[in-house]
Write a protein that binds this ligand. Structure first.
Ligand SMILES: *[C@@H]1O[C@H](CO)[C@@H](O)[C@H](O)[C@H]1NC(C)=O
Ligand SMILES: *[C@@H]1O[C@H](CO)[C@@H](O)[C@H](O)[C@H]1NC(C)=O
Ligand SMILES: *[C@@H]1O[C@H](CO)[C@@H](O)[C@H](O)[C@H]1NC(C)=O
Ligand SMILES: *[C@@H]1O[C@H](CO)[C@@H](O)[C@H](O)[C@H]1NC(C)=O
Length: 200
C-alpha cells in the first residue's frame, strides 16, 4: 500500500500542473501572527513588483480585493492542498493569479509572488487557519525520505528587493538554516474570511 501511495503521489506531482483547480473558497484576508508586536495583526496586501506581479507586503490595511483558495474540482491526492489566488483588476480585465515562489540564487529566501499563469505551488491551511506548504521530500537525512506529507511553516517578514522594488514583504526560508537576511522576523500567516473586502 505504502509504495503504491508513493508512486501515485509522485505521478500526481509530475502531472499536477495539468490538474484543474477551479473550485474556490470564500474570500479571505491574510493576517500575520508574530511575537514581534509591530508585525502581529498586520495584513498581507499585494504590492506592485512588475507587470502583473505582486509581492505580499506587510500593511496596516487589507487588500481592496481578497484572496481565495483554489482547490481541485475532483477529490484526489491533492484534496488537502491547492493554490492561494488573488484577482488582479486591470483597466479592462480581471485575472486570477496564483501565488508562486520566486527564487534568488544568492539568497536562502524565496519570495512569494502573485503572477499570472498556472499554479505551481501547492499550499494548504491547517485547523488553526495557518498557511503552510505541504512537503513530500526531506533531504536533510540520508537516505532521503520521500512520500509522506508534512507541513512546513517557514514564513518570515523581511526587507526584500525585487526588480528595484524594496518592500517589507512575506518571504519563505528555503531549507533548515535561518534566513541570511538580517531583517527577517518569524511570522505565521492566518486566513480570516471576509465579506467586506472592497470591490466585492
Ligand atoms: C481559480 O478558480 C477560478 C474559479 O473557478 C478560476 O476562474 C481561476 O482560473 C482559478 N485560478 C487558477 C490559478 O487556477
Ligand atoms: C519587529 O519587526 C519590525 C519590522 O520588521 C522591525 O523593524 C523591528 O526591529 C522588529 N522588532 C524586534 C524587537 O525585533
Ligand atoms: C467542486 O465544485 C462543484 C460545483 O460546485 C461541486 O459539485 C464539487 O463537489 C466540488 N468538488 C470538490 C472536490 O469540492
Ligand atoms: C507557526 O505555526 C506553527 C504551527 O502551529 C508553529 O509550529 C510555529 O512555531 C509557528 N511559528 C511562529 C513564528 O509563530
Amino acid at each position: 500500500m505504502r509504495s503504491f501511495a508513493t508512486a501515485s503521489l509522485l505521478l500526481g506531482a509530475a502531472t499536477h500542473v495539468a490538474a484543474q483547480y477551479y473550485n474556490q473558497s470564500a474570500p479571505f484576508n491574510l493576517v500575520l501572527k508574530s511575537v514581534n508586536e509591530t508585525l502581529d495583526g498586520k495584513y498581507l496586501t499585494p504590492c506592485h513588483s512588475g507587470a502583473a506581479i505582486e509581492n505580499l507586503c506587510v500593511y496596516d490595511t487589507p487588500s481592496a480585493y481578497p484572496y481565495f483558495y483554489n482547490y481541485s474540482d475532483t477529490p484526489d491526492f491533492t484534496s488537502d492542498s491547492g493554490y492561494l489566488t488573488w484577482d488582479l483588476h486591470g483597466g479592462n480585465f480581471v485575472v486570477n493569479e496564483p501565488m508562486v515562489f520566486s527564487y534568488n540564487p544568492s539568497s536562502n529566501l524565496a519570495l512569494p509572488q502573485l503572477q499570472p499563469g498556472y499554479g505551481e505551488l501547492l499550499i494548504a491551511f491547517d485547523e488553526d487557519e495557518k498557511l503552510y506548504v505541504p512537503a513530500y521530500i526531506d533531504d536533510s537525512v540520508d537516505p532521503i525520505e520521500a512520500g509522506e506529507s508534512f507541513p512546513l511553516y517557514r514564513w518570515f517578514a523581511c526587507q526584500t528587493y525585487y526588480s528595484a522594488y524594496r518592500y517589507l514583504a512575506l518571504s519563505w526560508q528555503l531549507g533548515n538554516a535561518p534566513p541570511q537576511n538580517p531583517t527577517c522576523q518569524a511570522v505565521n500567516v492566518t486566513r480570516v474570511f471576509t465579506e467586506t473586502a472592497g470591490g466585492y
